[in-house]
Design a protein around this ligand. Structure first.
Ligand code: NAP
Length: 303
């Protein structure tokens, strides 16, 4: 049990915030955790399941005595929430966020942070397709990466304390520059989600031709796409609206590769396909060796 902050405020009580709460309790990282979400329904659910030591009815109440304030809301409302809390932050406190995009959040939140309060953005690379206050669990961040993205002038002590906090939540921690973060995430997360959305959309069109066969005979590849494509629509709309340049850059490259594969199929160029798939298989092995996924068949699922 290593307490790192006295009081922590979680703004937004969805998958990420609720997982942070259960993990903070597991590690004894904070003495008191307040929480706020925009709807009374979510706040009531949080009270019912014991999510947060105190659930506040206003965001101002939630942040006023906090040493760490975590913005765990969709990227598109970060600016609005930052403006709401700006005048109620304790001098010396640290504001962080968990948003999936970093450059836009820094531009949106940074200007609202008063002098004497530290702003240290972050992004845990962990999630599921579920959302809401009941979807969180204490082990979500275990052995996953959390990227800390200090801004110009971020206080080194505040950065160091936040890194220790994320280690306490179970993560491996690294710092990264914002634009690089957004490009890396466009490759590893944002574009794969868009491709999954597209594939499921195509299957949905086909369903009209094949009745329910797409669902009935759904094989593992397609089922994995549908899991990703079930992710929260608000969160993902905001990701694409705020990480526009990097996702368009990677989608451009993706399209070129797709054309190359299309040509190989049309021309019957088996060597090209075999070499390509051999390279991609090695990437999968690398992910397993890095401990970021399981080698068990079907991702360890039984069905
Ligand atoms: P979530 O489960 O959908 O929860 C979002 C929460 O934000 C809800 O409690 C919602 O309240 C609240 N909220 C929305 N607008 C608000 C406002 N204006 N003021 C106060 N609260 C507001 O979302 P999540 O998956 O935890 O994602 C939160 C953040 O983490 C996002 O920025 C996302 O990009 C990032 N992230 C997500 C993942 C992932 O896989 N899910 C992974 C890493 C990072 P109501 O319930 O009352 O609407």
């Amino acid at each position: 049990m290593t307490q790192i902050y006295n009081r922590v405020a979680l703004i937004g009580l969805g998958l990420i915030a609720s997982s942070m709460f259960w993990s903070m309790k597991r590690g004894g990282l904070a003495d008191h955790v307040t929480g706020f979400a925009r709807s009374a329904k979510t706040r009531d659910t949080a009270r019912r399941i014991g999510l947060c030591d105190t659930v506040c009815d206003t965001v101002e109440d939630a942040v006023k005595d906090a040493d760490l304030i975590v913005l765990a809301v969709p990227v598109g409302v970060m600016a609005q929430v930052a403006a709401q809390i700006a005048d109620h932050l304790k001098p010396g406190a640290t504001v962080t966020d968990v948003g999936s995009v970093k450059r836009q959040v820094i531009e949106d939140v940074g200007p609202h942070i008063p002098k004497g309060v530290h702003f240290v953005p972050g992004h845990p690379l962990a999630g599921t397709e579920h959302s809401g206050p009941e979807s969180g669990f204490a082990t979500l961040f275990d052995n996953r990466w959390c990227l800390i993205v200090p801004t110009e002038g971020s206080d080194p002590d505040a950065v160091d304390t936040l890194q220790r906090f994320w280690r306490g939540l179970g993560s491996n921690v690294e710092t990264m520059e914002p634009d690089h973060h957004d490009l890396v995430l466009a490759v590893t997360s944002h574009c794969p989600h868009l491709i999954a959305y597209t594939m499921v959309g195509v299957a949905d069109d086909l369903r009209r031709v094949t009745d329910s066969e797409v669902i009935k005979y759904s094989a593992a590849g397609f089922r994995d796409f549908t899991r990703i494509a079930a992710s929260d629509p608000t969160m993902w709309r905001d990701v694409f609206l705020t990480n526009k340049d990097a996702t368009l850059e990677i989608l451009g490259r993706f399209t070129e590769e797709l054309f190359a594969l299309q040509r190989a199929i049309r021309q019957g160029d088996g060597d090209f396909l075999h070499d390509y798939f051999t390279r991609t298989r090695a990437i999968r092995r690398g992910i397993i060796e890095a401990g970021q996924d399981t080698a068990a068949p079907n991702f360890g699922r039984s069905g």
